[in-house]
Write a protein that binds this ligand. Structure first.
Ligand code: 5AD
Ligand code: SF4
Length: 462
């Protein structure tokens, strides 16, 4: 097993050359980052790409031959981890390979144990240490040893302004990292640490720069954006205050946010959605389960009734609001009738978007102490039932758009190379025919049909 060091332990005066994987590594010229999981990971990838490009390392789309290969990983469910493990295992069998690093949630969940399983790995960098990527790379190259840095608390401000953005029309802006909610099934509080808000000044500066560079849509990101500012009461700037400031930026396009915990969705936020012109009428409002007993066991800190009351208030305040949700089926001890409550609730609320998952037991979470007692076949049946229901609801919703006009932000040419593709304010995908010069503009589209999950229309002639 190759020797492993903490980056903090590096003693440059006494380096013994110990090859991490039998391969002598040279400074990389090209990099490839494979990203798994959520938008937070996508943004971290963009920030890492910015740091690498500042060092003159250029991106390549040839994963196989990249001098530096980074896996920015996800731990949320077992399948997400297995995909990366499979890939890492395959790489170990290659005779020729560049530097290999693991970042993201798996880096935090497994830390240096990853080196035992994958001796050919060169570095492991945690979610709170993205800003140390350059130093860690230097350490690996200088010592030719495996290096890991996985601190539990996020402290260092990231250079978001240098991020290399994937898109040119829409961008993610981080406003808070980490999560303090500790839902019993979830690894995020352990892999991303406690909540740390970013200063409003930095956020506004980044939003201004993006707007000046022509970005038309900004999604404010956090595991729970509604907690914004609660860790820094002296700032006297909560989420709705921040939104009001961002809305004032001259020329700002659309603003979205992702994701929310229902308990922190306040009336002030609902009013902000109603009153601020830039803020889109879509809220991701994850219920997770329809039974109050299961919600309690999940430590969601609301009952079904409290959740429904908030939905009623939100719909009363913003009548044209669209809702999204996340749902977990087969949580330990979930009975058939409790599952039926989730089904009924989905039928009643009629979400526009629902991400539905089968429960996956995660090491280190409180739910691990309960037996994962809902058989996999039953989880699968429940999952399919909800997917079918959601499919039906979404189809009916798409039907309700027929003959109506919607405002579309044109994001790009569609894959078929014929249509343009964009989204409505309420996050519905729309395609329509038009010249590519319309990319980045707002267009009014008359909806005439739908295909798969997408509305199909034509440019509305006024
Ligand atoms: N098993 C299944 N789904 C999970 N999620 C989080 N942890 C688990 C788990 N252990 C889902 C939740 C969350 C979404 C991002 O992933 O629904 O909102
Ligand atoms: Fe996980 Fe719950 Fe935090 Fe969401 S609110 S990231 S589900 S612990």
């Amino acid at each position: 097993m190759p020797q492993t060091i903490f980056s903090a332990d590096l003693t440059r005066s006494n380096v013994n050359l110990f090859l991490t994987s039998g391969i002598m590594h040279h400074p990389p010229k090209t990099y490839f980052i494979r990203t798994y999981g959520c938008q937070m990971n996508e943004l971290d990838t963009e920030v890492m790409a910015g740091q690498l490009q500042k060092r003159g390392i250029v991106p390549t789309d040839q994963e196989e031959s990249a001098d530096l290969l980074i896996f920015n990983t996800c731990s949320i469910r077992d399948l997400a981890e297995r995909k990366v493990m499979g890939k890492l295992g395959q790489l170990g069998r290659r005779k020729k390979r560049g530097l290999i690093g693991v970042t993201g949630c798996m880096a935090m969940a497994k830390k240096e144990a990853l080196f035992r399983k994958f001796p050919h790995l060169d570095f492991v960098l945690g979610t709170n240490n993205i800003s140390d990527l350059g130093t860690v790379l230097d350490e690996v190259l200088y010592t030719q040893k495996q290096v890991f840095k996985t601190e539990d608390v996020y402290e260092e401000n990231l250079d978001y302004l240098a991020a290399k953005r994937e898109h040119s029309i829409k961008a993610h802006v981080s406003i808070i990292r980490g999560c303090d909610k500790f839902c019993t099934y979830c690894v995020v509080p352990y892999t991303r640490g406690q909540e740390v808000s970013r200063s409003a000044q930095d956020i506004i500066e980044e939003c201004k720069q993006l707007t000046d560079r022509g970005y038309k849509e900004i999604t404010l990101l956090g595991q729970n954006v509604n907690s914004y500012g609660k860790d820094r009461p002296e700032w006297q700037c909560l989420f709705h205050d921040l939104l009001a400031q961002i809305d004032q930026i001259p020329g700002i396009g659309r603003i979205r946010f992702m994701t929310s915990h229902p308990i922190d969705i306040t009336y002030e936020l609902m009013q902000a959605i109603r009153d601020l012109p830039s803020l889109c009428e879509f809220v991701h409002f994850p219920i997770q389960a329809g039974s109050s007993r299961i919600l309690k066991k999940m430590h969601r800190i609301y009952t079904k009734e409290q959740y429904l009351d908030k939905v009623t208030l939100l719909r009363k305040t913003v009548p044209n609001i669209s809702l999204g949700t996340d749902i977990i089926v087969g949580f330990p001890t979930e009975t058939e009738s409790e599952f039926e409550e989730t089904y009924e609730l989905m039928n009643q609320i009629r979400y526009s978007v629902a991400f539905i998952y089968a429960y996956s037991a995660r090491k280190g979470t409180p739910a691990m102490r309960w037996k994962d007692d809902v058989p996999e076949e039953i989880k699968e049946t429940r999952l399919q039932k909800l997917l079918e229901l959601q499919d039906k609801i979404a189809k009916e919703e798409r039907g309700s758009f027929l003959g109506h006009t919607v405002e579309v932000l044109v994001e790009r040419l569609n894959k078929d190379q014929i249509h343009l593709k964009g989204r409505t304010r309420c996050w519905k995908k729309v395609i329509f025919k038009g010249p590519s010069s319309l990319v980045g503009t707002l267009q009014t589209v008359l909806i005439e049909g739908s295909s798969h999950q997408t509305l199909v229309g034509n440019l509305h002639q006024m």
